[in-house]
Design a protein around this ligand. Structure first.
Ligand code: FAD
Length: 471
């Protein structure tokens, strides 16, 4: 029991440490020692990391099967930490259909040619070799809640003691556009991949005087500062590479800028003045995918028409599989008021509707923003809770998570946004904390200014986050 207590403490410190580490130096996960006292089991639980260090899995005595669905920011981290903290007897299978994961984070740089999309690709090899995660290349098709098993696209059936679902988001057909339009003519590129390359090519073909129109859906959406960041990066690219008469029109369905309002306000009004036209409270957006004519009603109720060269709609999104006939809906997981998200208990990320199923990342609703850094944090809280539950204990009653987002404003400068979140028992949700506790009205903190120093730190933060998730 003393060993178990220490293990819980170690996991708790790891949550806090890794949250801190993601803002700066790399937390040395490899080489973390096992405080168990069984030498034989310890050696059989040691695995070799890519750099040759021994990675010691915890000694817990757990014998169970956990299946993780989705190998993105949340799912990959959950699979890794379940093995690390649950030990060799906790079988973890990661179900993911793709050959590689393409990071959305930093993908705005692909649009300007500053990064190749291949530099954003990650795979699950290290999770398999260093942590013993079993990879299953398939897509989840259905969940049998009663039998605690899932059926995959290759026809196989996997039983689970606990299921972790991290499938990200699906996008609505909106503004008169279809999924085929997004893929071929008017890319949203809000899931990095072929659409990102298409949008990059469309921007590369633009000439001085062209207009780029982007839309922002009503919150909640993936990465609150992301659309404003994209507008800045594109504006900087168009004015420096294509000419001073290019324009970026932002049609925001929200009443105001959703994150880093001071720095983005300065970016739109000063740094990119005359190029960016930010319109909030827009309604009735309609886009012709062929002519690229965009119509909308501005916040004073006046109908407007714009001829765009490039149209980049970011459509409303929802938890993947939560649409009509989707696997998440069939399992009854999408129980938010609007049916778009999976409500979870933030102490364990267990669905509030379906026992034994945990939902993490962008698909979940628990008071945290939809962001990759947050998905990594949710994964750790969830993994810790599952290990405790499998040991017959209760989840930690006071989880803490942090989040950081760096937002490039030009090709060499950036802003950032950060927050620490704590569990609020009164509302049973995660709330922004300040001065070491829950404080009414506390809000995320944004950078005091837009600097090249922030831009340099952004690379360290990104590499650390991705290393913590995939290596
Ligand atoms: C342009 C842009 C910039 C961003 N910048 C930042 C940033 O600076 N900081 C930040 O923190 N966040 C940022 N984000 C947000 C971040 O990318 C997402 O919040 C994050 O990827 C969500 O992680 P996830 O694991 O929930 O989903 P995803 O990362 O989308 O992963 C979901 C995975 O599930 C798999 N999957 C889906 N359905 C199934 C199924 N049925 N069966 C099996 N597998 C399935 C998919 O193939 C995918 O690999 C940005 C997003 C964008 C678009």
């Amino acid at each position: 029991m003393a060993t178990q207590k220490n293990e819980n403490l170690n996991r708790r410190s790891a949550l806090v440490l890794s949250a801190t580490a993601l803002m700066g130096a790399l937390y040395p996960l490899v080489g973390r020692t096992d405080d168990g006292d069984d030498d034989d089991r310890r050696s059989s639980s040691s695995r070799s990391g890519s750099s040759g260090q021994q990675i010691a899995l915890a000694t817990t005595g757990i014998r169970a099967n956990v299946v993780v669905v989705g190998g993105g920011m949340a799912g990959a981290a959950a699979a890794k930490y379940l093995r690390l903290w649950g030990g060799a007897g906790l079988n973890v299978t990661l179900v993911e259909p793709d050959d590689a994961y393409t990071s959305n984070i930093m993908s705005n740089f692909v649009l300007t040619g500053a990064r190749g999309v291949s530099t954003l690709r990650y795979n699950w090899d290290q999770l398999a070799t260093a942590y013993g995660v079993v990879r299953k290349k398939a897509r989840l098709q259905s969940i049998s809640v009663a039998n605690r098993q899932i059926t995959l696209s290759d026809g196989s059936v996997l039983p689970y003691d606990r299921l972790v679902v991290a499938p990200g988001v699906d996008f609505d057909n909106a503004y008169g556009l279809t999924a085929q339009d997004y893929d071929t003519r008017t890319p949203h590129a809000w899931r990095a991949g072929l659409q990102t390359t298409l949008l990059q090519q469309q921007l590369a073909a633009a000439v001085n005087g062209d207009t780029y129109v982007m839309t922002i859906p009503a919150a909640p959406y993936r990465c609150p500062p992301g659309p404003y960041e994209r507008a800045c990066v594109v504006a900087d690219y168009l004015k420096t590479r294509k000419g001073p008469n290019c324009r970026v029109l932002i049609l925001d369905e929200n009443p105001k800028i959703q994150a880093e309002a001071v720095n983005f306000g300065r970016a739109f009004g000063v740094i990119h003045a005359g190029v960016v036209n930010y319109q909030s409270g827009v309604t009735g957006i309609a886009i012709d995918p062929v002519s690229k004519v965009v119509t909308y009603t501005d916040k004073s109720g006046v109908s407007q028409t714009v001829q765009a060269r490039v149209v980049n709609p970011i459509p409303p999104h929802r938890a993947s599989g939560s649409g009509a006939g989707g696997w998440m809906s069939a399992a009854g997981l999408n129980n938010s008021a609007d049916g778009r998200w999976a409500k979870v208990n933030p102490l364990s990320y267990e669905s509030t509707a379906v026992a034994g199923v945990h939902v993490i990342g962008d698909a979940a609703q628990c008071g945290l923003p939809k962001a990759g850094h947050v998905g990594n944090q949710e994964a750790k809280i969830c993994a810790d809770a599952i290990v405790r539950l499998l040991l017959g204990q209760s989840p930690d009653g006071a989880p803490v998570a942090n989040s950081a987002c760096y937002s490039p404003i030009t090709a060499t400068t950036a802003s950032w946004l950060t927050a620490v979140y704590q569990y609020d028992p009164a509302t049973q949700s995660m709330k922004v904390a300040a001065n070491g506790g829950l404080t009414a009205g506390a809000a995320p903190t944004e950078a005091a200014s837009i600097t090249s120093g922030n831009f340099k730190q952004m690379g360290t933060w990104f590499n650390t986050l991705m290393g913590d998730t995939y290596a």
